[in-house]
Design a protein around this ligand. Sequence first.
Ligand code: UDP
Ligand code: MG
Length: 343
Amino acid sequence: MTPLSKLSIARPADPFVACLIPMYNEQDNIVSLLTRLTAEFETHGYRHRFYIVDDGSRDGSVEKVQSCLDQFPITLIQLSRNFGKETALTAGLDYVDGDVVVMIDADLQHPPEMVPVFLDYWRQGYDMVYGARRCRGVESPLKKLCTRAFYALVNWGSPMKMPENTQDFRVLDRCVVDALREMKERNRFMKGLYNWVGFNQKMVEIDVNERAAGETKFNFRSLLNLGLTGLTAFSNAPLRLSVYVGFGVAMASITYAVCMVLGKLFGVISTPPGWPTLVVAISFLGGVQLIAIGILGEYIGRIYEEVKQRPSYFTKKIDRSPHQTNVNTTEPTTNKCSNCSGS
Ligand code: UDP
Ligand code: MG
């Protein structure tokens, strides 16, 4: 962690805050989130605009946001379908403008009253301030174990350790947003990317609330997929591990063979039937080989995704509330459908 005394970056006196919210089926949460965030921004005198990325919601979320375009300063970016949270955040980062960006989930799990605290750290000179869950709360032992295993594997032998329990509740300085925009990879694992770009980072412990309404969009399978994306994007540890396991198995087989030969020569081992040994050896080696091939396949699949060079997302429509924000509202010129329109 960078000591505060070393941070001497000047911040604008009257910063413009862009608040980025990924939204997927959050009709019962989004308006109360906007209301609570607005109260925080107004109390602390921050000029602000909400950038809400609708990630293909199928409930009334879009209509809810459209109905309060006059009430709050909003830019609503509708993606052409559900691309997943990582891509929704990427799309939002392409659109946001301002001196500093606040990222927050739409489900009120991240306490809005912590936003001014994060912004204070940013004013002190930190480029990235992020929330880390104080305790993981009630989670299944399997999920806890998988999370532990993921971080142990991804950090194994890596010079840059990825911190555990971090959230997508963040404040990012303009320079961090620009750095993240430079990273064009399609298999995006945002927590890894935030870590990779560096800059002066500050972790703040937060209490993560229960979801206000609705259900999590991440079931065990989607978390597993996200974990695999993170692992393959930021670590060669699985490849290395498969080499070690293969080596270990090969050494064990050689040792076993030598023991058998010596045992036979000295008459210690009577002739075994052999069948169980063969079956165990063959199936074990077969299993190890399949695992190794599977790991290779994962990496090759990721390479294939990258070389196809497809855009990460498409934007269907953009709605803007009439509020003036006094910032340059340039937008990415790519990834838009021909009927994409602003209002
Ligand atoms: N989200 C999204 N696209 C998705 C899934 C989730 O934009 O495909 C948004 C969701 O609306 C919320 C945030 O990402 O604002 C976190 O989602 P969720 O609460 O389901 O995840 P969890 O908190 O359980 O990790
Ligand atoms: Mg949530």
